[in-house]
Design a protein around this ligand. Sequence first.
Ligand code: SAH
Length: 466
Amino acid sequence: MRHYPVFLDTKQKKIVVSGAGEEAAAKLRLLVRTEAMIDVFGELPCEPVLAMARDGRIRLTERPVAEGDGDGATLFYCANDDEAEDARAAAIGRAAGALVNVVDDLDHSQFITPAIVDRDPVVVAIGTEGTAPVLARAIKADLEARLPVSLGLLARLARAFRPRATLIPQGPARRAFWSRYWSGAGERALSTGGEAAVANLLERLLTDTVERRPAAGRVSFVSAGPGDPDLMTLKARRILHEADVVLHDRLVPQAILDLARREALMVETGKKGHGPAMAQADINVLMADHAKDGAHVVRLKGGDAMVFGRLDEEIAALQADGIPFEIVPGVTSASAAAAAVGHSLTRRGRNSALTLLTAHDMAGFAAHDWQGLARPGATAAIYMARKGAVQIVAQLSTHGADPATPVTIVANASRPDQTIARASLATLVARLEAMDAQAPAIILYGIGTPAAASHAVASVLEEVAA
Ligand code: SAH
């Protein structure tokens, strides 16, 4: 490590910038966020630099930097976009005893400025010693997305509360207090009730900690999306990472489960192949029990948790026990499937309504508006396709749907093993049967290019309908 990272206190410090063009403006954008007094020297200042001077954020002298200008400066930037002028300026800076940085010139710089993620007072600095600026930018973009914008405010509120937190004895208890604040509680309070809610939360956590009350558990229903980890929301990722216990569907792939903390207890509620799936009632009890123990439970569901996920049954169970919960929405498999085939789920002039249906729920099977769905242009995303495909085709045919209606089947949408099969209403059942029976599959009815209906399949279909 040639460059040693430090955070410099800029309060009442002088920083000099030689140059007033675009290169200097780029440096100044960050410098003006500090508390330093900033002196800029340069002819023909560019508009951004003039604006900073007008706003009183810098002191601008419209001439080249001269001997003595660097006196008392802590940092001295040479940003003239001109090698000879930078060299002359660097000599002035060094003579004044300041640390000198020549923009984009590692060898003549005594320090370099890292890429930063600014959530003031929380600042992350990223340095690659000049070897990989592109990598630094990628890391920065990643952190920008991951760190909530509210982090700075949360840190300032925490700072204001520090004197009160000394009521908790220093050591594990005080650390536990702050880790509850930082592991999601503070952010949730801020997003639901603003600064007042954060103040309430801090007081409540303080009382809980001083009186040694156990933490109250809760449940987050988190949508895992159709399978591709990139199709999860940032919120889903963050909450999954905070969970003490994760109860997940079998549809959720390992790459997403890996986003949970290593210490988290992982429970699969739907077993594939061998062993029966857990009964819904057992899942409800398990979820509530963990929350009553004070755990943050994440109930992780494939696609969007609110689509065919029996979410309301689980919510009702929690409400019966008075356990707080939240819901994080996500990308449903119908969206992922439509994206995979490059079609929109709605289209002007074709369908202004979209039906999400499943034939799995046999009690409600007859209640679908088959007549409406049989009309030309009708569109539906059919979940849990295999279970009821035969009956669905029979119903649609009985209600007069055109056997040539295009149908697209998408299995494992958004996953590496995604497969797309194009068919028509007439060939749908045969197509489905030819596909891997284990893979989750969804039918986009009324979407796609019709495949020629073979007579053989059409006659099979008639038998089924009979
Ligand atoms: N909540 C989920 C649906 C749960 S029901 C969602 O919003 O997507 C389970 C059904 O969803 C499966 O039988 C299948 O029809 C569909 N499904 C889930 N993930 C899928 C995927 N990656 N590709 C295709 N269909 C999928």
